[in-house]
Design a protein around this ligand. Structure first.
Ligand code: HEC
Ligand code: HEC
Length: 222
């Protein structure tokens, strides 16, 4: 079942929905440009959202993208609208979309964040999250998705869904998230959002100065 657990979020989205509701009904299944045109109407140029209501979908691994779309289609992943949208496509479409969006750069916009919160968030990230969300969340390794520079309202809602148990996550992530909230309080979820939101570098080569294992990654996806 797809139920809006996030009425405020859904409200922000209504305008987008009305503007674009015909866009995805009339796809002709021809070129990739036609196929992804419907997505770009909401997700921004080449999948990098100008947003804050819609997440950026470019730059992630094509496998991650594919799993996400299948999750929406099967209602395994909660959503306000993506479940409905995903049902209009088949796996071959998803594969084409994945191929396209994984090749586009994740373009970050500057967001308003509270420096103290971002700093606390960095500590929590280093302690509880960095093992899977490597390089401050700039890379998508093993399906972890890109968190650095993702839109803060979207991160907030994702974390709320995880925390409330409405969106499934791996056992390991669950354990780390629970531990963080237990030790640092629920405010830590917010701090983490400010941290990822503060990450606004573009054109980085998928590795970070304070990581010590860069060489095995440079040629990861060229
Ligand atoms: C009407 C606006 C709209 C359209 C059109 C749209 N999306 Fe989305 N998309 C969203 C919203 C909003 C979310 C957040 C989940 C939700 O609440 O549905 C999302 C989430 C996603 C995510 C998850 C991102 C992440 O990192 O977690 C992916 C992938 C995605 N959309 C792909 C697509 C593709 C591919 C298309 C085109 C077939 C598309 N979207 C069309 C609004 C839209
Ligand atoms: C054991 C590995 C692991 C750990 C530890 C982990 N994560 Fe994740 N995380 C993942 C994977 C894999 C996904 C993708 C899951 C999916 O999309 O279903 C994910 C997804 C997410 C997302 C959603 C991204 C999106 O685009 O929707 C957020 C937000 C997130 N993690 C935050 C955190 C935070 C905060 C921590 C630390 C408290 C953390 N994760 C720890 C593996 C991990």
């Amino acid at each position: 079942m797809m139920i809006d657990k996030t009425p405020k979020y859904a409200l922000i989205l209504v305008s987008g929905l009305m503007l674009n509701s015909t866009a995805w009904a009339t796809r002709d299944g021809g070129s990739v440009t036609m196929l992804v045109g419907n997505c770009i109407a909401c997700h921004g140029p080449e999948g990098s959202s100008l947003g804050p209501a819609t997440p950026t979908i470019s730059g992630s691994d094509d496998e991650t993208f594919l799993e996400t779309m299948k999750g929406y289609k099967n209602d395994e992943r909660p959503s306000s609208i993506m479940g409905r949208i995903a049902k209009g496509y088949d796996e071959a479409d998803f594969e084409q979309m994945a191929k396209y969006f994984s090749k586009q750069p994740f373009v970050r916009q500057k967001q308003k964040f509270v420096p103290e919160q971002a700093q606390r968030g960095q500590e929590y990230h280093d302690k509880y999250c960095h093992k899977c969300h490597e390089e401050n969340g700039y890379v998508d390794e093993d399906g972890s998705a890109i968190l650095a520079g993702q839109w803060m309202p979207y991160l907030q809602f994702s974390l709320t869904d995880f925390h409330a148990g409405t969106r499934e996550m791996s056992k390991k992530m669950k354990k780390r998230l629970k531990k963080m909230v237990k030790r640092e309080g629920e405010g830590s979820l917010n701090d983490i959002v400010h941290f990822y939101g503060s990450q606004d570098r573009n054109n980085i080569n998928r590795h970070d100065d304070n990581d010590d294992h860069s060489s095995d990654r440079d040629h990861h996806r060229d």
